[in-house]
Design a protein around this ligand. Structure first.
Ligand code: LLP
Length: 421
């Protein structure tokens, strides 16, 4: 996390200390580094260089408007999976002609909205979806640009919940039947076949699975060319991993470079849909220790962030580093602590067995929280969702206010109080 480091015992991000941010906005809160987001995006953009194509940031990783705004200003495209994400991109200043629409369950009305906005491409995930999209486009008198998501059946060697490219997963079209679906797509009014895509999983720390998938997709592309179906862009999805602990994922330059090398003389544009590798290490979750509860078996530190703020540890047993925002004196003894939240679930923990010197009131940073942190947060236990702050040099900006009770009950009604109209 290049933009986060200790300076005079204070954990800082760009030109701001995290302790000052905790004092200003209270905890729990997410804090992002603008420079870090920009740097990660540029690593992809410069890896692609002059090769035609687009880096479409996967909005699901972090969809806060200001994050999308920063990326739109860098020239990013966007990978969306719902109308809501498309509306966010547009609200943040992104342009629809740089948007691709992924996901297994697009509704007809979402397709209609996306067609009205003239998005770049739909990543179609099934034969049935293709038929619906064709009908929607025909009824509107327009044409949908389409790429078929193929499932290359490769093992991404990652957590089973975030592995998507195996036959038994719900995603994409089996590579054997893809040829038939392409033939059908090429014959349908309202459909313009432009691409091929795959996404095999997330948090991949090696290139081999990507390259295996690419081999299979290229073979299909060549077969399609023989049948006169020309593929103009190849989209390899997202999935490049990040360092949470001591993982050493390949760089975007290595990855994109190897992909370009494998294309040979095929004239095809390249698309990537990175999410985590753009934002994960650009953000932290700040939390404060409420109570220390040492027991015979374990030492619990009860903190003010919980599984509703970041569900990754509970859901995937994810490990994220914990750092104090003010480094303790070296002489201060550490103890092993489990960091647990106030939610009434045994699975409500953010870190286990960490050697820390803690006091009531200590502020801690849960590192690498920029991706799938806030976006997966919920109101469980009627907890208001956290504030979000963007640091830009020596300035910090509130980009999302902490929720209030009014936000919690918005849209709810007591029985008998319905509007009589
Ligand atoms: N494209 C598609 C079609 C995807 O399904 C995903 C992520 C991405 C791109 C972006 O992948 P990335 O570059 O972020 O790996 N909540 C989980 C991760 C779920 C990923 C879902 N799909 C986590 O916190 O680890």
């Amino acid at each position: 996390m290049a933009h986060f480091s200790y300076n005079d015992n204070q954990l800082t991000v760009e030109g701001c200390t995290l302790s000052a941010i905790a004092d200003t906005y209270d905890t729990p809160c997410y804090v992002y580094s603008r420079a870090s987001i920009e740097q990660s995006y540029q690593a992809y953009a410069s890896a692609l260089g002059a090769h035609p194509g687009m880096i479409c940031y996967a909005v699901k990783a972090n969809s806060s408007l200001a994050v999308l705004q920063v990326l739109a200003q860098q020239g990013a495209g966007f990978d969306i999976v719902s109308q809501g994400e498309l509306q966010r991109v547009l609200a943040a200043g992104g342009s629809a002609d740089r948007v691709i629409f992924s996901g297994v369950g697009k509704k007809a009305e979402e397709m209609r909205f996306a067609l009205q906005q003239q998005i770049a491409c739909f990543n179609v995930e099934s034969a049935a979806e293709l038929e619906t999209l064709a009908q929607v486009a025909q009824a509107m008198g327009t044409t949908a640009r389409v790429s078929l998501r193929v499932n290359p059946d490769v093992d991404a060697n990652t957590h089973p919940y975030i592995s998507t490219g195996l036959k038994e997963n719900k995603f994409g079209v089996d590579i054997q039947t893809a040829l038939d679906v392409y033939r059908r797509a090429a014959s349908l009014d309202g459909i313009d076949v432009v691409g091929i895509d795959c996404h095999i999983g997330s948090q991949l720390t090696q290139l081999a699975p990507f390259m295996d998938a690419l081999d299979r997709v290229l073979a299909l592309m060549d077969q399609l060319a023989e049948e006169g179906i020309t593929i103009r862009h190849l989209d390899l999805g997202g999935g490049l991993g990040v360092t949470y602990n001591n993982e050493q994922p390949p760089s975007p330059a290595d990855y994109v470079g190897q992909v370009i090398a494998k294309l040979g003389d095929r004239a095809v544009a390249l698309m990537f849909e990175p999410g985590r590798s753009i934002v994960a290490n650009a953000g932290v979750l700040l939390t404060r220790v409420l109570y220390l509860k040492p027991t015979e078996h374990k030492n619990f530190a009860i903190i003010d962030a919980a599984m509703n703020d970041n569900i990754r540890p509970s859901l995937y047993q994810a490990w994220q580093r914990v750092l104090p925002v003010i480094a303790p004196e070296e002489s201060e003894p550490t103890q092993q602590w489990d960091l647990v939240g106030p939610v009434c679930e045994t699975g409500d923990w953010l870190a286990k067995d960490r050697a820390l010197a803690l006091h009531e009131g200590s502020v801690l940073a849960l590192m690498s929280s920029g991706a799938y942190g806030f976006t997966m947060s919920s109101n469980y236990n009627s907890r208001t969702r956290a504030a979000e702050i963007m640091v830009d040099g020596d300035k910090h900006h509130l980009i999302r206010a902490r929720e209030t009770f009014a936000d919690l009950v918005r849209g709810e009604q007591l029985l008998g109080s319905e509007d009589p109209s």
